[in-house]
Ligand binder design. Sequence first.
Ligand code: SF4
Length: 60
Amino acid sequence: MAKVSVDASTCVGCGLCEQSCPEVFEVQGDGVAHVKSQVCSSCNLQEVADACPTNAIKVA
Ligand code: SF4
């Protein structure tokens, strides 16, 4: 299973990942995206990672 992580030092909190997949990503009060769940039934997490403007999302 994919292991999803967000590099908090690179994330700029744009919210794109949360818009794409709110099941997995949430931009919290600290202004960076957090991973709430490792799985999503309806999105391709690699595509969400590729769309991140700062490449902060890693799917291993
Ligand atoms: S898309 Fe990238 S930069 Fe934007 S909130 Fe998500 S992890 Fe952060």
